[in-house]
Every structure is written in structure tokens, then in C-alpha cells.
Design a binder for this molecule. Structure first.
Ligand code: NAP
Length: 331
């Protein structure tokens, strides 16, 4: 069936400025790390993308290696984009990345100019796009000079293959250095994509300060700790959940669900209920309470999770007492 987007799609989403740039991002963005590979159901992927766009989500995050197999999430996105979204390209912010192992030999991993330029060319082909909105270096490379990696990002923007650039999983000091090199090259660092959730708060140890003071945006990934910060594992591990999917590539495994984690999740769930939210909504709201965060990057396995998670926007403020209760549980 021909897709006609919801005409009220911009009504309920909040849009936040990405650092000091001109770009606004939705407070909730959608990532395609899992559930969009060649092994996954294409019609489920389509339903998720349509519902997300209908809900005001304008930002879709990919990487060269998403799948499995690697590359297939970009192919799935490309197929659905061609069928459903071609007329809406200018209403979408599409990102991809390179930095993890993608192809055999010395030129398909890490941070050389050779790898990044070739990888983006491949990504554009797989997605059927002329350009991406944001291109990221996916992880720091200790062996390639930062000037070369940042020089590749600058080149890609000058070639018109990306409008903006970002970095992912760089430490606070690596980020400061990358921001400085990019500034000198004349291509500002738009955004940083770090792992951040109630269960992984490393960004609070300096990275958020660096981003805030340099006017660089922040889009945390795995904000639900891959599903742990929801009510789904409270009574055991349900069939079809990521913990049982054995997808590899960093996906949560069954052994991440320890008794200690579940005890914390149970207490957090009680606080969420007191706030009139479910735990997923509270965990997302808790990240969005910080105005240095531009957008929270969710993953979903079904369309209903998009609708459920977006409801976090109904309450993203926390009282001092609530924050203290949460901190005591997370300690
Ligand atoms: N830059 C990087 O290095 C990097 C690394 C990882 C991810 N990312 C990006 O971040 C995105 C999000 O990461 P993520 O998928 O790990 O995020 P996440 O939001 O922490 O976890 C997503 C999983 O949580 C469960 N879930 C989501 N909404 C739910 C809800 N409302 N109620 C109950 N369960 C819910 C689903 O699990 P089930 O599948 O069990 O239903 C879903 O697959 C990725 O797609 C990718 O774009 C980037």
C-alpha cells in the first residue's frame, strides 16, 4: 500500500537544537542497529519506520556494519526509503558511521582516510542516497593520527557526501582534541554519540561538560541498556527478547540479566510508577532531563515500542527527591 505520512506528525514531538548548530533533532531518534538486518522481517522494519516518521521522528541512525550481515541494515533502509520516503528526504536526518571492522584486509577497519571515504561511498550505494546528513567516526583509533581521521571527515563534507560530521565513543579528552582539529579545518564537530544510560554513566565524568562548553550536541545510544531498563525482564526472560537473540556484534546476552541488576530494575520500576510512567519512559526521560543532550537514540523490535517510548516526553523533569532516590538505587 502506498504510504501517506500522518499529517499531524510534527504536533507532539519536541525538537532540540544540536549544540550550537543550525540543526534541530527530534528529542527521540531511531537507531537501526538491530531488527533491520537481512535476517529480520522486512515488513516489521517498514512498519517501525513508518510509525516513527508518523510520530515526528525525523532522525534515523545507521552504520556501515549494522545487520546482520554487516551492511544489510543500510540495504533494508534503502529499500524502504525508495518505496516510502523518497518524497520526504528533506524532512529526514539520516546518519551513518564507519570505524569498526567492515571488510577484509587493512583498509576496512579503524580510522584511516582510505577506510572512511570508501566506506561512506559503499553506504550511500546501499541506501540509494546522494548524501547523508551526518557521518560519524564510530570509535577512536589509537594508531591513526587524529588529523588524518578528522581530515577524512572534513573531506567528506567538502565532497558533499555528508552535511555534518560527528564522533562516537571518544573519551572526554579525545573529544576535546577532535573538536579542536575539526574547528581548525573549518568543519565543526556537530555531535557526539556516546553510550549512556542509568546503568552506564561514564559521560557524566567529563564528556558532557566538554560537549556543553564547546556547543557540540549529544545523542546517547543504548539508553535502555538494550532493554534491561524496561519492565520486560522483571519476571524472567521473555521469548523473542534481545537477550535471547544471540545476534552477536555487542548485543546483550542472557548473562547480562543478573539478580543484582533485576533488584535495581525492580526498585527503579516502582519510582517510574510513582511518576506515572513505565520504566522505559522514565529511563529515557532521565537522559533527556539534561539539556546538553540533544536527542535520545532508541532501538525497537516492534512498532508498539516506538509509541510506548515516545510517551517519555510527557514528563522529562525530575524532583530533587526523585533524583536522590534514583541515585541511591544506582549506587
Ligand atoms: N555508536 C555506537 O557505537 C552504537 C552502539 C550501539 C547502538 N548504537 C545506536 O543506538 C541505537 C539504540 O541502541 P539500542 O538498540 O541498544 O537501544 P536501547 O533503546 O537501549 O535498546 C533497545 C531494545 O530495548 C527494548 N525496548 C525498546 N523500547 C522498549 C519499550 N518501550 N518497552 C520494552 N522494551 C523496549 C527492545 O528489546 P527487544 O529487542 O528485546 O524487544 C529494543 O530492541 C542503535 O540502533 C544504534 O543506532 C550506536
Amino acid at each position: 500500500m502506498v504510504y501517506t505520512p500522518n499529517s499531524a506528525r510534527y504536533k507532539n514531538m519536541h525538537y532540540r537544537r544540536c549544540g550550537k548548530s543550525g540543526l534541530m533533532l527530534p528529542a527521540v531518534s531511531l537507531g537501526l542497529w538491530h531488527n533491520f538486518g537481512a535476517i529480520d522481517n522486512l515488513e516489521n522494519a517498514r512498519a517501525i519506520l513508518r510509525l516513527a516518521f508518523d510520530s515526528g521522528i525525523t532522525h534515523f541512525d545507521l552504520a556501515n556494519n549494522y545487520g546482520p550481515p554487516a551492511g544489510s541494515a543500510e540495504e533494508t533502509f534503502g529499500k524502504i526509503f525508495k518505496d516510502d520516503f523518497t518524497s520526504y528526504r528533506d524532512e529526514m536526518v539520516i546518519s551513518t558511521k564507519a570505524g569498526w571492522g567492515m571488510w577484509e584486509g587493512p583498509y576496512g577497519d579503524w580510522g584511516s582516510k582510505k577506510y572512511l571515504v570508501a566506506s561512506l561511498d559503499q553506504s550511500l550505494k546501499r541506501m540509494g542516497l546522494d548524501y547523508v546528513d551526518i557521518f560519524y567516526h564510530h570509535r577512536p583509533d589509537p594508531h591513526t593520527p587524529l588529523e588524518e581521521t578528522m581530515g577524512a571527515l572534513d573531506l567528506i563534507v567538502r565532497q558533499g557526501k555528508a552535511l555534518y560530521v560527528g564522533i562516537s565513543s571518544y573519551s572526554a579528552s579525545e573529544t576535546e582534541a577532535a573538536i579542536a582539529v575539526l574547528k581548525q579545518l573549518g568543519t565543526p564537530c556537530l555531535i557526539h554519540q556516546p553510550k549512556y544510560s542509568m546503568f552506564d554513566r561514564w559521560v557524566e565524568g567529563g564528556l558532557l561538560d566538554v560537549l556543553g562548553s564547546n556547543g557540540v550536541g549529544c545523542i546517547p545510544f543504548s539508553p535502555l541498556a538494550q532493554g534491561l531498563l524496561t519492565n520486560k525482564y522483571l519476571k524472567g526472560i521473555p521469548e523473542g527478547s534481545r537477550a535471547l537473540s544471540h545476534r552477536g556484534n555487542g548485543a546483550m546476552e542472557e548473562d547480562a540479566i543478573t539478580d543484582e541488576k533485576i533488584a535495581k530494575v525492580t526498585k527503579l520500576n516502582d519510582i517510574a510508577l510513582m511518576r506515572g510512567q513505565n520504566l522505559a519512559q522514565m529511563a529515557l526521560a532521565w537522559i533527556l532531563k539534561d539539556d546538553r543532550v540533544t536527542s535520545v537514540l532508541i532501538g525497537v523490535s516492534k512498532p508498539e515500542q516506538v509509541t510506548d517510548s515516545i510517551k517519555c516526553l510527557e514528563n522529562i523533569t525530575f524532583s530533587t527527591d526523585e533524583l536522590k532516590l534514583i541515585n541511591d538505587i544506582l549506587r
